[in-house]
Design a protein around this ligand. Structure first.
Ligand SMILES: *Cc1c(COP(=O)(O)O)cnc(C)c1O
Length: 432
């Protein structure tokens, strides 16, 4: 019935998440409110960890891509679930550090890490820096050398696979700002540079082929291409790459019509492909790293708003305005992302209306959805947008000086704040 197992309807006809009444939470904490189901998040973490145990003898690590939703509590949960973290900025790295996340399980990404960020990574002793380009390799080697340290690195490779939802193409795909191209020889040249440097230790190769992918085939193909590269590296330099990081991008259910593949199926097929490729190529099996972000947390979160004005423009459309918008969820204005919505306090009623849900920002494009099927909504109702756990809070802004909402986590029928609502004084904190 719902896009997530976390969701249900109670005897009052209210939407529940993790068994907790979302309308009650909206009353208790105010709106807009992000609500996350911790039990659902942990179940997803466990499914990924188990998939590596079942299919690959546990020889790997699941890294949560923290850009999907980064905060200290999420770092603690990932640590507790024996996972690693993928961070893409000094801020995400700092968050992990503050949460006392074990730094040897932190992997630092990004196509343009600053000198300060690289220094921070070396100082904290991260598990590996995923090096994107030669400029970065040089800077990092120098920083590590000056610190008298050896830093583990992986190379970000463009495997030449462009995965879109429901179809993928094997192309040159060298037009990306991320990483080293394979077919031009750029990636191999980088490996040869790295082996000359004494302050870096090349432990792995990485690729990430896209996001919200429902098809397993592009992942299998990427794994095969990467194994071939590992074999080429061994042949040309003698270096045996220990780790193969296949990135994230596993699709989730935003709409009823979306059909994600069970995570276990992904690892079964990918592990088989890697074992076969390594056998054919005569190389030892690398440890596998994967980096799910959206699929850990996306479906386990909702956003609850309060409806203000409802404007019916005859023969055109009905605008339902809510007390948030692009400031807490910029995904519609960015990519016209579709979401399921419902009236949280009338969740048992039929969806009889088709409306446009508008935010409160000073932008005509500030919408959360068009042609949204929903119950009859009236001012004061609570409107819930589903599957907003990923890339909502983490992409939120203070546009129009709107404070960022509170995030509440529910577990075992209890709720707790994990990120406080911003206050007006937070907004002026750095103003002089
Ligand atoms: C964004 C990203 C991820 C996570 O992608 P999801 O679609 O959220 O699973 C993982 N790895 C890298 C390098 C990324 O850029």
């Amino acid at each position: 019935m719902f896009v997530s197992d976390s969701l249900n309807v109670n005897e009052k006809g209210h939407l529940t998440i993790g068994g907790v009444d979302s309308v009650d939470l909206a009353k208790k904490y105010g709106t807009p409110l992000y609500i996350l189901d911790e039990d659902g998040i942990r179940a997803n973490c466990k499914a990924y960890v188990k998939s590596i145990e079942d299919n690959y003898g546990g020889n790997g690590l699941v890294l949560y891509a923290s850009k999907a939703f980064s905060c200290m509590e999420m770092c603690r949960i990932c640590d507790d679930e024996k996972m690693g973290l993928d961070v893409v900025s000094g801020g995400e790295l700092y968050t992990a550090h503050r949460a006392e996340f074990p730094m040897d399980r932190v992997y630092f990404h990004g196509n343009n890490k600053t000198q300060d960020e690289l220094s921070m990574a070396v100082e904290f002793g991260v598990g590996a820096v995923i090096v994107d380009n030669l400029t970065e390799l040089e800077s990092l080697a120098k920083i590590a050398e000056d610190a008298g340290k050896v830093v583990n690195i992986m190379f970000r490779i463009k495997p030449g696979i462009d995965a879109h939802t429901h179809n993928f193409i094997r192309t040159g795909q060298i037009d990306s700002k991320f990483g080293f191209a394979l077919e031009t020889g750029e990636a191999m040249d980088a490996v040869k540079e790295a082996v000359k440097l004494s302050s870096v230790n090349l432990v792995g190769v990485h690729c990430h082929i896209g996001s919200q992918i429902f098809d397993i085939d592009p992942f299998v193909l990427a794994a095969e291409v990467m194994c071939k590269f590992i074999a080429d590296v061994k042949a040309e330099t003698g270096l045996e790459i220990e780790k193969l990081n296949l990135g994230g991008g596993f699709g989730i259910k935003y709409l009823e019509s979306d059909e994600p593949v069970p995570y276990g199926d992904y690892m079964t097929k990918v592990a088989d492909a890697i074992k076969a490729a390594c056998n054919d190529l005569g190389i030892k099996l690398p440890a596998i790293l994967i980096e799910p972000g959206r699929s850990i947390i996306g479906s386990e979160g909702i956003t609850v708003y309060t409806v203000g004005a409802v404007k019916n423009i005859p023969n055109i459309r009905t605008y339902v305005s809510v007390d948030g918008g692009m400031c807490d969820n910029p995904r519609y204005i960015l990519y016209q992302s579709q979401y399921e919505m419902l009236c949280a306090n009338k969740a048992n009623e039929e969806k009889t209306e088709t409306v446009t849900v508008a935010g409160k920002c000073c932008e005509s494009g500030d919408l959360l959805g068009e042609n949204v099927k929903i119950q009859k909504v009236e001012p004061g109702d609570n409107l819930a947008v589903l599957s907003t756990g990923a890339y909502n809070y983490s992409m939120a802004s203070n546009y129009n000086r709107i404070p960022k909402p509170c995030s509440v986590m529910v577990s075992g029928g209890k709720d707790r704040v994990i990120i406080k609502r911003e206050t007006y004084s937070d907004l002026t904190r750095n103003d002089i």
